[in-house]
Design a protein around this ligand. Structure first.
Ligand SMILES: C[S@@+](CC[C@H](N)C(=O)[O-])C[C@H]1O[C@@H](n2cnc3c(N)ncnc32)[C@H](O)[C@@H]1O
Length: 315
């Protein structure tokens, strides 16, 4: 883990998150993706009466963020866990409802920068990629046992990688000679598998495959769907849900979830009259997702793909 990582981290769309969740006076907000605690710190600094419950499935993130946020005393409570189990986590601390919820999903700079976590193809490390290291299956384990068609399907689905088949074939043939255990070893296999012209594009040819394996291994889309439902259920009427995503598949899930909550009727369009009795449950606060400004993108290139969507619970 890089020295002082907690000091270096600037959360994405920080001012927008604070603005949308404000006024914060007397509120309890859940930060379901505490990470290095950047957003939580911004919220705690913005109002001296707000309380934050910070959840992360990564024990190292919890340890670092707890250190960073210790000066806020009892206004911050940290929980090592998955936000998909939000209801259970809140029950455990005897909290029924909250006033605001934030999810800033995906991988953190802490995880990407630590070579021993195996998330980055740019750093040589063990092929791990587990966000929660209590999980049993590492990326190396999965790559060793998955069939060629499973590899190809996952790389295509979560990485939207057009050369998924070629990459899967190359992985299977490489592992017949030697177990694939290191990030740079896998990155090399991928780079050799794709056509040469692909290698000269802006994106490293390993990017999409690494992203796909990470998303699959940590069931990131499944957790997002479950976390949205669990979170909405625990919001008070008038409570605000903010979600930042970095990937089109994630953004689509968030967009659909909020749209469905904001719709009056979910009957098939062919029905002559409404029979669903659905009521509008939310109002969308961001008809178009908020994105980072050019200056934020310059300071933090990763913010380029961030999309923030927010909704308020109405019933
Ligand atoms: C982009 S970072 C969050 C950064 C944070 N907002 C900050 O300001 O430092 C995403 C974090 O979410 C965590 N995470 C991803 N999926 C999760 C899940 N299902 N449950 C809990 N934490 C999750 C990751 O471990 C990572 O630390």
């Amino acid at each position: 883990m890089p020295e002082g990582a907690a000091d270096l981290h600037e959360p994405v769309l920080r001012a927008e998150v604070v603005r949308i969740l404000s006024p914060l006076t007397g509120k309890t907000v859940v930060d379901g993706t505490l990470g290095l605690g950047g957003h939580t710190e911004a919220l705690l600094q913005a109002d001296e009466t707000v309380r934050v419950i910070g959840i992360d499935r990564d024990a190292e993130a919890i340890a670092l963020a707890s250190q960073r946020l210790a000066r806020f005393g009892s206004r911050i409570r940290t929980i090592h866990g998955n936000f998909r189990d939000l209801g259970q986590h809140l029950d455990d601390i005897k909290i029924k409802t909250v006033d605001g919820l934030l999810l800033d999903i995906g991988v953190s700079s802490l995880q990407l920068d630590a070579s021993e976590r195996g998330f980055s193809f740019r750093r040589d490390g063990p092929l791990d990629m587990r966000m929660d290291r209590k999980g049993t299956q590492t990326a190396a384990d999965w790559i060793h046992t998955a069939t060629e068609s499973e590899l190809s399907a996952i790389i295509y689905r979560f990485g939207e990688e057009r050369y998924a088949r070629r990459i899967a074939r190359a992985i299977v043939s490489a592992r017949e000679c030697d177990r694939i255990t290191a990030t740079t070893q896998l990155a090399g296999i991928i780079r050799n598998a794709v056509p040469a012209k692909y290698a000269y594009r802006r994106l490293d040819p390993a990017t999409r495959t690494f992203q796909a394996i990470r998303m699959f291994l940590n069931d990131e889309l499944g957790a997002l769907e479950a976390g949205l439902a669990a979170g909405f259920e625990r919001l008070i009427i008038g409570g605000i849900f903010v979600v930042i995503s970095f990937h089109s598949l994630e953004d689509r899930i968030v967009k659909r979830f909020f749209r469905e909550k904001a719709r009056a009727c979910v009957c098939p369009p062919k029905l002559p009259e409404c029979i669903c009795d659905k009521e509008i449950e939310a109002e969308i606060l961001t008809p178009r997702p908020l994105t980072a400004s050019p200056s934020e993108i310059e300071a933090n290139p990763r913010s380029r793909s961030a999309k923030l969507r927010a909704a308020v619970r109405l019933r």
